[in-house]
Design a protein around this ligand. Structure first.
Ligand SMILES: [Zn+2]
Length: 125
């Protein structure tokens, strides 16, 4: 995955994260900070945003976020971490590449479609 593609996915992930955090009702200045990161120069992107999520999750619980929203938010942070580490776009189960079309649709996807289908078939998350 080249730098341009990585930046595209960082942006997709941050935009989705921003939407979720808005639903939660996170402080304006924190949202503005993420929005700046999402629209700015992503070469300076770092993992620190994911580090701040502990506090975010406490707020989520207070705000009564749905399990699904929390799950996606965590998955986004994990995806940002993988982008930072350089393992993004690889299936965490079989190590194969996750299809680009799948990442465009679900940028926080952890598994390739084959592994995902086998999980769904067996009932394992
Ligand atoms: Zn796989």
């Amino acid at each position: 995955m080249n730098k341009r593609e990585k930046e595209k996915y960082v942006r997709l992930l941050l935009e989705r994260k921003l939407e979720l955090l808005q639903e939660i009702g996170v402080e304006e200045n924190y949202l503005a900070k993420i929005a700046r990161e999402a629209s700015g120069d992503l070469s300076s992107f770092s993992y620190h945003m994911a580090d701040q999520s502990g506090e975010t999750y406490r707020r989520e619980l207070q705000a009564g976020l749905t399990t699904e929203q929390i799950r996606i938010l965590r998955a986004i942070d994990e995806a940002l971490k993988r982008l930072h580490e350089g393992s993004y776009g690889k299936c965490t189960k079989c190590g194969g590449s996750i299809q680009k079309a799948r990442l465009d649709f679900v940028p926080w996807a952890r598994h390739c479609i084959t592994c995902q289908r086998s999980f769904e078939g067996s009932g394992t998350p």
